[in-house]
Design a protein around this ligand. Sequence first.
Ligand SMILES: [Zn+2]
Length: 548
Amino acid sequence: MKKSASWAPAPNLKVLAVERNETDWTVSVNGQDPATCPLCGIRSISRHSSYRRTLHDLPAQGTPVTVRARLTRWRCRNDQCERRIFGERLPRLAAPFARRTARLAGIVRLFGHGAGGRPAERLMARLGMPVGHTTTLRDVKRSARTHADPALVRVAGIDDWAWRKGMTYGTVIVDLERRRVVDLLPDRSAASTAKWLKGRPEVEVVSRDRAGLYAEGAREGAPQARQLGRFEAPIREAPVPAVKDETGPELSVAQGPGGRSDTAEHRHFARRARRAAHQALFDQIRAHYDAGKTVTAIARELGLGRRRVDRWVRLIVLPERNSMAPKASTPAYHEAFLSRRWAEGTTAVRRLFGDIRQRGYTGSYSHLARFLAPWRNIARPLDGMSGRPPSPSNYETPVPSPTLDPMTGRQISPLTAAALCVKPRGQMTPRQILIVDALKAASAEFATMRQLAIRFRGLLRGGPLEKLDVWLRDAHLSGIYAMRRFVRTLRQDIGAVRNAVLEPWSNGQTEGQINRLKTLKRAMYGRAGIELLRARMIPLHESDLHRE
Ligand SMILES: [Zn+2]
């Protein structure tokens, strides 16, 4: 039988021996001769000396492989050449001075980029490629540093991301055409954005949020580019007025002497409505259950928790409200008292906690804090002037009646309402549709806002500019304060809004990338520096896997 002996770590290397040691395979090789001077390209046959080079290679049968090469130093005999002596290179195996073969280095970078330092270290150790995490990350960083992405960025999406929420911010730049992150800047400023854009004269479109900062940076750094404003969620900037908390004591009580009794009456009706809603839901669950559906199926269909359905199917009649009434251990039991204190200006949880403890509250501090949190949100004025005490003047929109979730009979939170206000019907669950319908029925304002918001979404998908003008007029005439403010904001940046309507690019994917960034940041336990974060956000350079 004839054996092929032609295997070698790279062509042109002569394998002298392959040995299995305790920890690895060692392949001893000799270099080739003669060699070519790397500077002048002329071949040399005069040996100067020899040296050894050790390279870690890809594993064989799960065991690390080490290549030990005996290589020659040559004299360059070309008089014109500045190089006198040169070492033999291994262009098909490893980069000069590298301690790993190019193919191993590529895998190390791939693991480091995808999994991060320590997970990569663990995985690679198991696979027969023992490389420390610091080395791995250093390689990932170096690769990101040295391999500038050669592709031209025509459409750039720019957004900020939080290093530490509310403290320091960075900037992420996404190539919206190729859907990849092209850079991460360590700060959020017009200057750094402008500087980045100046280095990229090919940029034709800049999609940015409406922070004046990036608009300014783009104007300065890329005057040639069209700017697209991102105005995707008018509602987020304009909290839905229709769903203030029914308890909102600062609303009714502060309005005058009649306020308190209004609140009480109001609460009475709210309770009755809640009871009716509970009953309806209960009947629905019973009907489904009697029809032979499983608890899981009912829960899924009605969008309820399984445990609740499970509890209710055991009952024949809905228990009286009393048995569900708040107990002294819950903050809700002390709601009337709390709302009075709140209206008087006592909003510190610590104080209120002490107060209701004296009145028999046995629950926890955190429970109370959670209970009060929505009050605080309401108290925060709608126009973003935080820190001002709640006063009726902050609410220029009329306060409509509270809206209850038709399924659970609970108050619909402003956050839910705001999110649903902009959500297209086609993307909603049956339960969300019910909630939206309830909100619309309860508040004409919500209905109008929703209609405007959905129309605005449609506009951003592209359409004739005239539609934008019609929309701006309608929104302005809607009489809703938040909408009028939004229209005003849009008008201040109308060029960018028009471009956003005309151009197909949306910054939505930038937000997706920011989510990825958050995940990465969390996985690094916040210890990572900007360089590593950047290296891992930018796609690994493809040729890294093949190049030396
Ligand atoms: Zn030479």
